[in-house]
Write a protein that binds this ligand. Structure first.
Ligand code: T46
Length: 142
């Protein structure tokens, strides 16, 4: 999908477990300015329901599994994250909804900028309006 990608990180496995490292501009396509994580989400809870104007992020499910619905004005896709060596890159102007958090799941997010509420589009109709030019007039089909 446009502005989204699954990233596979190096998984260093030994008899003593797994180690995964993530380096900015090598393993993720931006400079990491912020890390946050989401834990303790009830199984029937849904989060997200917004897009970002300029923010780039990579979502990594460190434990359990989480589903993410990605939407643009022309496409919708669902991704299940359940592998700590896989990250979901989400660029600007992608609507996201997170659901089906399993008990004990941990979602780690690396972001390209500091927190700013001004960067959020939280109204879906406003999102469709703001994103339609990008997706419809630039002939983006993916
Ligand atoms: C995203 C998805 C994947 C802060 O004060 N600082 C922060 O760095 C963040 C991320 C949030 N907040 C505040 C803003 C809200 O008052 O924490 C509260 C909950 O945030 P929100 O409802 O946006 O959380 P989610 O889980 O819906 O979305 C989060 C990120 O906000 C968002 O950027 O892409 O995870």
């Amino acid at each position: 999908m446009y502005n989204c990608a699954l990233l596979k990180f190096k998984d260093i496995v030994s008899n003593d477990g797994h180690l995964t490292s993530i380096e900015e501009r090598i393993d993720v396509p931006f400079i990491i300015k912020r890390i946050y994580y989401i834990t303790g989400v009830a199984q029937d809870a849904e989060r997200g329901f917004h897009a970002h104007k300029t923010l780039h992020q990579v979502l990594i499910c460190l434990n359990g599994s989480i589903k993410i619905r990605l939407k643009t004005p022309i496409k919708e896709e669902q991704i299940k994250l359940n592998d700590p060596s896989v990250g979901l890159y989400i660029g600007p102007l992608i609507w996201r909804e997170m659901f089906d958090f399993t008990k004990g799941s941990v979602l780690l997010v690396a972001a390209s900028d500091h927190y700013s509420e001004d960067d959020y589009i939280r109204d879906y109709n406003l999102y469709l309006d703001e994103a339609k030019d990008t997706f419809l007039s630039h002939s983006i089909h993916e």
